[in-house]
Design a protein around this ligand. Structure first.
Ligand code: GDP
Ligand code: MN
Length: 380
């Protein structure tokens, strides 16, 4: 998941990294009030998740309120590299003495964090690597050792910064490292990190990407995704919110199980009987009613799915929780899809009773349930 510049800067600010004073607006009428707060000259920055935004006209300096209004209108009415601008960050313009580059990312083959720093910031790191490769300083951090002061010293020495600037760079590096860990980020980048006339270091831009596999630990980010899905699809966001795994497949038989192994075996069964799986949906261990309901609703809403095979072997997972989730999903969607449930294990009696009361077919042998699910589609 990629964070917007304004989201990244909010985080920077909380971790003590200086950012320009800024106001986020979502329509041009708000720009004058924003200018009153940040002053003139100001910078209007389109909040879009595309590279090379500045070059594509997404970063503009304005010298009057009239300018600001005209440019804000223009930005809101066009696209930047194919992405519509929904928000603009209005910031005080910073007087730049020099633009630096600083980031932390992960070197997967070395299993270490790697800090990249350069005095030639402002352009993409790829471009720096081509034009001024000797300017890039690389510092590796073993996660078991953590960030130490010698890393910071090596960075500032490598970049040729001394005195006040070196110690300021050190504390920014510390903050970046903590952000990296606290947010399960795989990239935290400041480009440019600028030296100002008062010898301060200010983050003029932010780029943070979060490891999607760790999103379940950051429910605040998941809620941000619900309001603004960015590059993730809706079902993926629901899956992350409730904690199940969903992979959409091409077939017409929905498959849902508990545990990756059982779910894969369920797909195999459907294949064996001549059917085509439409999903790999693993509700995981100990799924409650809400999770089951959210998961099944995804399958029920898909018009391409003709029948559904649910395979539950309850251990920590309780069959009655699963059964209630199934019943509620059907009621809430009003779906009449054919559902075949194999339900055994913890609280199976209670679970089956719920299914029977609601007219849902259950099986004790998953071969039978899979076969019926296939027959429901092929008709023989
Ligand atoms: P990007 O193109 O998406 O990376 O956008 P950035 O936020 O990095 O801005 C691109 C460039 O615009 C920076 O490298 C600066 O040269 C310039 N810029 C951005 N903010 C300011 C500012 O406050 N003052 C000045 N003078 N230039 C700025
Ligand atoms: Mn940038």
């Amino acid at each position: 998941m990629r964070l917007y510049e304004f989201e990244g800067k909010e985080i920077f600010s909380r971790y003590g990294i200086k950012v320009p004073k800024g106001v986020l607006i979502s329509n041009p009428d708000e720009v004058v009030r924003a200018i009153d707060i940040v002053g003139i000259p100001a910078v209007l920055k389109a909040q879009v998740l595309v590279g090379g935004r500045g070059k594509a006209g997404g970063v503009r300096i304005v010298n009057s309120r009239e300018d600001a209004l005209r440019i804000a209108r223009e930005m809101f009415s066009r696209e930047i590299r194919g992405v519509r601008v929904r928000r603009i960050l209005v910031e005080e313009a910073v007087k730049i003495v020099r633009e630096l580059y600083l980031s932390i990312t992960i070197d997967r083959s070395l299993r270490k964090y790697v800090v990249l720093g350069s005095l030639e910031g402002g352009v993409d790191i790829e471009e720096i690597a081509v034009k001024k490769p000797e300017s890039i300083v690389r510092i590796y951090i073993d996660p078991l050792v953590g960030l130490k002061s010698y890393h910071s010293r090596a960075l500032s020495e490598g970049m040729g910064l001394g005195g006040e600037l070196a110690s300021k760079l050190g504390s920014i590096l510390n903050s970046l490292y903590r952000i990296m860990l606290d947010y399960d980020a795989d990239l935290v980048e400041i480009n440019p990190l600028v030296i100002t006339e008062t010898q301060d270091l200010v983050a003029l831009d932010s780029k943070i990407t979060i490891d999607d596999n760790a999103l379940y630990r950051h429910q605040d980010l998941v809620s941000a995704l619900e309001h603004d899905p960015r590059d993730m699809d809706e079902d993926e966001i629901i899956a992350r919110k409730y904690g199940f795994t969903y992979v959409k497949l091409e077939g017409d038989i929905g498959i849902m199980g508990n545990g990756a192994g059982l779910t894969m075996a369920s797909m195999d069964l459907v294949k064996l009987y001549g059917g085509r799986p439409a999903s790999f949906l693993d509700i995981g261990g100990g799924a409650n009613k809400e999770r089951v309901k959210a998961a099944l609703k995804i399958l029920l809403k898909r018009p391409d799915i003709k029948s559904i095979f649910i395979n539950i072997y309850g251990g920590i997972t309780k069959c009655d929780e699963v059964a209630s989730g199934i019943v509620e999903a059907i009621k809430e969607t009003g779906s009449d899809k054919k559902i075949f449930v194999r339900l055994v294990g913890t609280r199976e009696e209670e679970g089956r009773k719920i299914l029977i009361e609601n007219g849902i077919r259950y099986f004790t042998d998953d071969n039978d349930a899979a076969l019926e699910a296939v027959k429901a589609v092929t008709g023989n």
